[in-house]
Design a protein around this ligand. Structure first.
Ligand code: PSU
Length: 305
């Protein structure tokens, strides 16, 4: 028995005990990243995608003083419609647990919880990063620090294109995070396959990424890997089409004084409106694509261990 405040769903517990592949999934994308009911539908589809690809999904959230590793259908439904859910990063995870509140885990908090649960691979949409104008606001996502600390391989479609991607790559490098573009040289930009920036590293198979994950552990290196998986070509929004929506949303955020944790949810919601929902369709497609790759990497890690 563990003294950690972890509540495993029966299927996740069984998969971990049997040494079978498990993929962690975050919950901030559900509560703060997408509108209801598409958030619930997407969460269910992502879980199904992980299962089809041969792994067990473990959606992570904080409820009733415990970190849930794998949610029941009813818990997922409640979370997708809940109001006032905390957006948890490393800084607020323990307070949320201590106060018995409901919290959705960001990339940073999901990495911490996945690692505590013994899960090596995690799929999301896009990580947080260095916000534009960070030289004045100092707004840099704690996701970048966490990637340098916690040994979980995170599969994302790059960093969200609302960010300063150049500075985001710089901070990741400073934090010692391998940024591995999957199947191409360019660093993807969430809704688009390319950011126009070259990724520092490239891999063409899940097996190589799994080997690198295990190699880091053998070398005693702390921190995770960021796998930057481009959105499928048929679902991407061309950079020139998405950039005007990003620029307008950023200008509105500035005019309205949106700051800190509210920035990313505000920008995603505005870009959804400005693109007549196209950004959400792309977001869903890229998350499903990341779930498939994460399942393949998790299977490789299990097979090679
Ligand atoms: N991926 C998505 N949508 C999201 C997120 C990821 O497709 O909303 C969330 C993740 O939880 C990530 C967070 O950690 O956005 C980044 O928030 P911030 O920029 O405040 O660190």
């Amino acid at each position: 028995m563990t003294t950690l405040p972890l509540a495993f769903s029966p299927d996740v517990r069984a998969a971990l005990d049997a040494g079978q592949p498990v993929v962690a999934l975050e919950s901030t994308i559900i509560t703060h990243g997408m509108p209801y009911p598409q958030n619930l539908e997407t969460a269910r589809r992502v879980e199904a995608e992980v299962r089809t690809a041969g792994a067990t999904p473990a959606t992570i959230a904080v409820m009733g003083g415990r970190i849930h590793i794998g949610l029941t259908a009813a818990e997922l439904e409640t979370l997708a419609q809940a109001q006032g859910v905390m957006k948890l990063s490393r800084a607020d995870l323990a307070v949320c647990l201590a106060q018995g509140r409901t919290g959705a885990t960001t990339v940073a908090a999901t990495m911490i919880c996945a690692h505590l649960a013994g899960i090596s691979v995690f799929a999301t949409g896009g990580i947080g990063g260095v916000h534009r104008g960070a030289e004045d606001s100092f707004d840099i996502s704690a996701d970048l620090t966490e990637l340098g600390l916690t040994p979980v391989t995170v599969v994302a479609a790059g960093a969200k294109a609302i960010l300063d991607l150049n500075k985001t790559l710089e901070v990741l490098e400073t934090n010692g995070v391998p940024v591995i573009a999957f199947g191409q040289d360019d660093f993807p930009a969430f809704w688009s396959r390319s950011s126009g920036l070259k990724a520092p590293l490239r891999a063409d198979s899940a097996a190589e990424i799994g080997r690198a994950h295990l190699m880091r552990a053998r070398l005693g290196l702390s921190g995770g890997q960021l796998v930057a998986n481009p959105i499928p070509a048929e679902a991407e929004i061309a950079r020139e089409d998405i950039i005007p929506a990003i620029e307008s949303a950023l200008a509105e955020a500035e005019a309205e004084g949106i700051a800190a944790k509210a920035v990313t949810p505000f920008l995603l919601a505005r870009i959804f409106e400005l693109t007549d929902g196209r950004s959400l369709d792309a977001n869903i497609a890229l998350v499903l694509n990341n779930a498939r790759l994460a399942a393949a990497i998790a299977a490789e890690i299990c097979a090679q261990r």
